[in-house]
Design a protein around this ligand. Structure first.
Ligand code: PMP
Length: 394
């Protein structure tokens, strides 16, 4: 059996029609197949490779830390330099109310930790979440995910979760003194890139302050420069009580975090002790990678490139087959109207060496989320192939 057949036989599948791109290596904005065919990655491995694939600084940090020490003891007991340096640099960037970091392995685990933390800190059990949200695939995260289709067959879910309309006044009115947390993506990603307005997010913030509810921002997809600020909340000027991150954080290594202030996070340390524990969370090699990612973003001012690159997306996708172009920074959805058309466009792009995708809750739009390090020419070339595919399929 060849590699693809072995893959189909022995690697558990998540869909009945996998893309089956065989990857021999990856570098910068490109993936390379064994036969040398090159693919421009316009989705950054779904929001992960913000600093590009195999960024030399990240590879060097991983190699150096792997040779120094890897896993030593479950998270939170030993003093490990890569964790300390990363938490300190993050705290520096996030400001005085987001200065205590709990490292985990993935986005879903950050969501799980944050939900537990909010319940424990407030002594309340109710959660408010939003229709069309996506927070992950584990049971708690799926419980606050507002997509009935994705949840079929996996219930029952966590009790006490109320779903409200993203951007609505009803959402503000739903927050009361029994609500532990509101969990929201300031920009909904998997809904097909829907932007929360500053006024609405500010109204959520204000209502949470009045009711003593913790406001959780899931920036797992929008973080690390993706939308033109290091984190979207910084551009919006609305500060959450708990910030969630993962995806782009490790430059390709698996790491996430939930971040709050020390007064909040310290409730995990007592009554009972070990309120949230994780064997591999904050793995030194992953923290070293994440430190290299954040340093690269800051040193090379990658966030400042985003506005120019965004202009290119707006220019190149201003074509008849694109019915609506939604997004911010380097997170865009190009509406093409039908799922079949989306699939044909993706296939045509793949043939021409460009990787795109759709969205979990929006299968009528094409996802555009290139690495922040993409050159203007690379982006233009990739988008022209995409625009041509959309025209051809319209
Ligand atoms: N929250 C958001 C907003 C996401 O986009 C994702 C992943 N698509 C997750 C949570 C879950 O992250 P993970 O797949 O790392 O568990």
């Amino acid at each position: 059996m060849d590699q693809r057949q072995l893959f189909l036989r022995h690697v558990a599948q998540t869909s009945q029609a996998p893309m089956l791109v065989e990857v021999a290596r990856a570098e910068g904005c490109y993936l390379y197949a064994p036969d040398g065919k090159r693919y421009l990655d316009l989705i950054s491995g779904i929001g992960v490779s913000n600093v590009g694939h195999c960024a030399p600084e990240v590879v060097a940090a991983v190699q150096a830390q792997a040779a120094r020490y890897m896993h030593t003891m479950v998270y939170g007991e030993f003093v490990l330099t890569p964790q300390v340096a990363l938490a300190t640099l993050l705290a520096d960037q996030l400001g005085p109310t987001l200065d205590n970091v709990y490292f985990v392995n993935s986005g879903s685990e950050a969501v799980e930790g944050a939900l537990k933390l909010a319940k424990k800190f407030t002594g309340r059990s109710e959660i408010i979440a939003f229709h069309n949200s996506y927070h992950g695939s584990t049971h708690g995260a799926l419980s606050v995910t507002g997509a009935p289709g994705l949840k079929e067959g996996y219930g029952p879910f966590l009790p006490g979760v109320t779903f409200v309309e993203f951007g609505s006044h009803a959402a503000i009115d739903a927050i009361h003194e029994g609500v532990a947390a509101v969990i929201v993506e300031p920009i909904q990603g998997e809904a097909g890139v829907r932007l929360g307005t500053r006024n609405w997010l500010y109204a959520l913030r204000t209502r949470c302050d009045i009711t003593g509810t913790l406001l959780i921002f899931d920036e797992i997809q929008t973080g690390f420069g993706r939308t033109g600020d290091l984190f979207a909340f910084q551009g919006l000027g609305v500060i959450p009580d708990i910030l969630l991150m993962a995806k782009g954080m490790g430059g390709g290594m698996p790491i996430g975090a939930f971040v709050s202030r020390q007064e909040v996070l310290q409730v995990l340390t007592h009554d009972p002790v070990l309120g949230h524990i994780t064997t591999f969370g904050g793995h030194p090699v992953n923290c070293a990678a994440a430190l290299a990612v954040l340093n690269k973003i800051l040193d090379e001012r990658l966030v400042e490139r985003v506005a120019t690159l965004e202009t290119i997306i707006r220019q190149e996708l201003n074509v008849p087959g694109v019915l609506e172009l939604r997004g911010k920074g380097l997170l865009y959805a190009a509406e093409v109207g039908e799922f079949d058309r989306v699939l044909r466009v993706i296939a045509r792009c793949l043939e021409h060496g460009v990787i795109t995708d759709w969205f979990l809750h929006c299968n009528t739009a094409i996802r555009i989320a290139p690495p922040l390090v993409i050159s203007e020419d690379e982006l233009r070339d990739g988008l022209r192939i995409l625009a041509a595919a959309i025209s051809a399929e319209s």
